[in-house]
Write a protein that binds this ligand. Structure first.
Ligand SMILES: Cc1ncc(COP(=O)(O)O)c(C=O)c1O
Length: 438
């Protein structure tokens, strides 16, 4: 496509293209370790920029508020069938446009203003959806916090049983943003049944691991409803999903109307179609991808530990997910370390860790392996990444030299894996007709 032409606004558009291209090039060189990010496959990307992006389709397949949706209906039916097959469950709704929107849909469906809802504390790794200033506050529900077990790095089963029996919330949410170990849902199931509470699982982070059979299986362990983002360990488009293991028509209806008209109008048809591609690809490649993602997280944790980093949960093997947490107080604290890493081309985020005294001073960084695994890195490369951490944060090596060493490593890992069309460039910026717009 030619440059947009003369004039100030055309120049602005040209500039925006150039900055986006620069962004892609930056990530092509970088070591991306954000636990919530991933890369879209070529076939999913293609549907993201299709005509579907221009259309509206409120409602469900066969029962729309707009005309012209015959093909959308077919795509959405396929997406729903793939979701149910991948998660071995009886209910799916692919209309939430993000994980937070999916959480809002569940809150709308399952709760009333003033209800008590079980959840984890932000400091123990919960998402801001559970906060008064987040989705919980918007719905006007009050959190009942599960006590934390620092030995097992998950919620404390015995103490949580006591809290649940005393307070008897009708809905109990399980799931974290700093999600290292599975939640003890099977252990808590009898208590949930005893108090008549419904189990709800937020799988935003671990959806792809669950689908790949490598984490826990909450819909078969005692939760009836699951909400999630579709773009973290499941390498799909930025979107949301609801899943359920229930034949109860009333509950299904409530979840559907929670999604629409509760918290969405149009449901971003291009992303829904791309999600169908990602679900199909995960059925084909997801088991191996999830296995390697966890293997890499464990390898990175071990290699950092061996170089003197305070990786959480050494007695538990550090992690059973895609994420590891490193306490970096002696290296300068979460904010400073995340900034120094970024200046060296290693992209991670500062994170509150269990036991942190002030939410304003996160004591750690959260590292994740979904993206480095997606481009084909393995345990050997995790050791090299740990060496870069050591060079920068312990040996005082110059940040630009560390960035160059990271880029040298990354050179061999810039194509997409675990998808159809594997081998396509993962980061390169192309225009609509597939040319480099430089
Ligand atoms: C546990 C959890 N739930 C929900 C979300 C929100 O997802 P989204 O960014 O898709 O709204 C996140 C985001 O990181 C998360 O970690």
């Amino acid at each position: 496509m030619p440059a947009p032409g003369p004039g100030e606004m055309a120049a602005t558009v040209a500039h925006l293209r150039a900055v986006t291209k620069r962004h892609s090039a930056r990530f092509e060189r970088a070591i991306p370790l954000i636990a919530s990010e991933n890369l879209l496959s070529p076939y999913a990307k293609e549907l993201m920029i299709s005509d579907l992006h221009s259309r509206y389709a409120e409602g469900l397949p066969g029962d729309r508020y707009y005309e012209g949706n015959e093909d959308v209906d077919e795509i959405e039916r396929t997406c729903l069938a793939l979701a149910k097959r991948l998660f071995r469950c009886s209910f799916a709704d692919v209309r939430p446009t993000s994980g937070t929107v999916a959480n809002l849909a569940v809150l709308k469906a399952l709760t009333e203003t003033g209800d008590l809802v079980g959840t984890s504390r932000l400091a123990d790794g919960a998402h801001i959806s559970s906060a008064g200033f987040g989705a919980f506050g918007l719905r006007g529900v009050k959190p009942v916090y599960y006590p934390w077990d620092p030995e097992r790095m998950t919620i404390d089963v015995a103490k949580t049983r006591e809290v649940l029996r005393a307070v008897r919330p009708k809905t109990c949410l399980f799931g974290l943003s700093l999600f290292l170990f599975p939640m003890p849902i099977e252990e808590l199931r009898p208590t949930l049944e005893e108090i008549g509470a419904r189990g709800w699982y937020d799988a935003a982070h671990v959806l792809g691991l669950i689908a790949g059979g490598q984490f826990q299986d909450p819909l078969h362990e005692g939760c009836t409803v699951l909400s999630a983002s579709t773009h973290k360990t499941l390498p799909g488009p930025q979107h949301g999903i609801l899943l359920g293991q229930t034949e109860d028509p009333e509950l299904r209806k409530k979840l559907e109307s929670g999604a629409f008209p509760g918290v969405t109008s149009n449901h971003h048809l291009h992303a829904m179609a791309a999600l169908a591609v990602s679900l199909a690809e995960h059925l084909e490649f997801g088991r191996e991808y999830a296995r390697r993602t966890i293997e890499n997280a464990q390898a990175l944790a071990q290699a950092l530990h061996e170089r003197g980093f305070d990786v959480l949960a050494p007695n538990l093997g550090f992690t059973k997910s895609h994420t590891l947490a490193v306490r970096v107080e002696k290296e300068g604290g979460g904010a400073e370390v995340a900034g120094r890493l970024a200046a060296s081309g290693i992209i991670a985020n500062k994170n509150l860790l269990p036991g942190d005294r002030s939410p304003k001073h996160p004591g750690g960084v959260r590292l994740g392996t979904p993206e480095v695994t997606r481009v084909g890195m393995g345990p050997k490369e995790m050791v090299r990444i740990a060496e870069l951490f050591d060079d920068l944060l312990h040996k005082g090596k110059d940040p630009s030299a560390v960035a160059d060493a990271g880029a040298e490593l990354k050179k061999r890992f810039t194509t997409l894996q675990f998808c159809f069309g594997a081998g396509e460039a993962a980061y390169r910026y192309y225009d609509l007709v597939g040319r480099d717009p430089s």
